[in-house]
Design a binder for this molecule. Structure first.
Ligand code: NAP
Length: 352
């Protein structure tokens, strides 16, 4: 049990890179307390401090260091709410088993994202998609459920587009400059990435294209009607530690002035802000007016890494408009995104 009135939570894959980001992001969370850590048979039975090579800045939180790592199997001891950061090769069956046994799995893995009854959430954009969990329960007989967050670069892109969605998005061309931390540990060899750019990230372009259409799509009863927009992504790995920058061109169904678009960015707010969710940044999409912003090193960590920054809005001679957006890949694109999803689950009564 949790040591106070906080909601106990667990992390599946707690020893890995994203698992460690969960441990760090959950430390001192006002609603949730991590009381359970799961990993592979290689780690189960060891103390978290023995099983984990801590690779994040700052010390491993002492309370989590003292947890005994458990096998990733549903059990009465595992909390109802579990975050998942498991290797994709094992996530499908384990996440389903937890959902079947009554756990709410808030997953960071790609495995279930595109299933028709699984919400792929960016809470500022499609909080209503969470109701798909009720469809999962009807169809699959699960007592719990699965909610997912998108690929890290897709979060930055969709948040950058969100204030423009009201004008009808018709075409999107997105070129990423993605940080090395997005490749996990040890990631890209230094001999490959130093003073270099790698114009290929396996599977990433396809994920960005279809996930964007689902996130910006419309809830239609038991499924999501994808946004009927053409989306094309170019994905590149660059020698940046944290923060995915995306150069975006977009065509809209409505003719607008730059002032009208800037006003849309300025006025953008959403359900997590209205609900006052603890991890919701005050201004989820922040427009920076300087000519040379946003920049990963200077802007990725704004508001604990949960704000997506946008800048350089100007006319595009090919599509209508172009701009740059930036999101912190391991926070807004991974652990922080999943924790915000869990806060939304609680606010919508799924943890009652
Ligand atoms: P990682 O460092 O390799 O960690 C994988 C985790 O999965 C470890 O805790 C590992 O436990 C556990 N695991 C492996 N085999 C298992 C099994 N058979 N049963 C239970 N647990 C098992 O990987 P990562 O970089 O954190 O990525 C984790 C997931 O998040 C992946 O699905 C990845 O695609 C996704 N993701 C990663 C990033 C990123 O920035 N890295 C961003 C977005 C999404 P042991 O320590 O015991 O082996």
């Amino acid at each position: 049990m949790s040591s106070n009135s906080k909601i106990p939570v667990g992390v599946l894959g707690a020893t890995g890179m994203v698992g460690q980001s969960f441990v760090k992001f959950l430390e001192n969370h006002p609603w949730f307390e991590m009381v359970w850590a799961g990993a592979s048979d290689r780690s189960a039975g060891k103390l978290y401090s023995e099983a984990t090579q801590w690779r994040l800045d700052g010390a491993m939180p002492a309370r989590v260091a003292a947890l005994t790592v458990q096998p990733c199997e549903p059990s009465p001891q595992a909390p109802k709410l579990v975050f998942s950061a498991m290797d994709a090769s094992v996530a499908t069956e384990i996440e389903r088993a937890f959902a079947d046994a009554g756990h709410l799995v808030v997953s960071n893995s790609k495995n279930h994202r595109m299933e028709s009854d699984v919400p792929l959430l960016v809470p500022e954009i499609n909080w209503d998609h969470l109701s798909l969990i009720r469809i999962q329960r009807e169809r699959r007989g699960w007592k719990g459920g699965i909610a997912t967050n998108p690929n890290c670069s897709t979060v930055a892109l969709t948040m950058g587009l969100a204030p423009l969605a009201q004008f009808g998005i018709a075409k999107v061309l997105a070129t990423t400059m993605q940080a090395i931390s997005g490749a996990g540990y040890p990631g890209v060899p230094s001999m490959d990435i130093m003073a270099n750019v790698i114009p290929f990230i396996g599977g990433e372009e396809g994920k960005m294209e279809i996930e964007t259409q689902k996130i910006l799509g419309r809830l239609a009863g038991d499924h999501i009607e994808p946004l009927p927009a053409v989306v094309s992504a170019h994905c590149n790995r660059v020698p940046v530690v944290d923060g995915h920058l995306v150069a975006v061109s977009v065509s809209l169904e409505k003719r607008l002035t730059r002032e009208e678009l800037l006003a849309a960015y300025e006025n953008f707010t959403a359900e997590p802000q209205r609900l006052g969710l603890p991890s919701a940044p005050p201004k989820p999409v922040l427009y920076l007016h300087e000519d040379n912003r946003p920049q990963p090193r200077r802007d990725a960590l704004r508001d604990n890494g949960m704000t997506v920054t946008v800048g350089r809005l100007r006319e595009c001679p090919v599509l209508d408009w172009k701009f740059v957006c930036l999101g912190h890949n391991t926070i807004r694109g991974a652990a922080g995104a999943a924790v915000l999803n869990a806060e939304l689950l609680k606010a919508q009564g799924f943890l009652d």
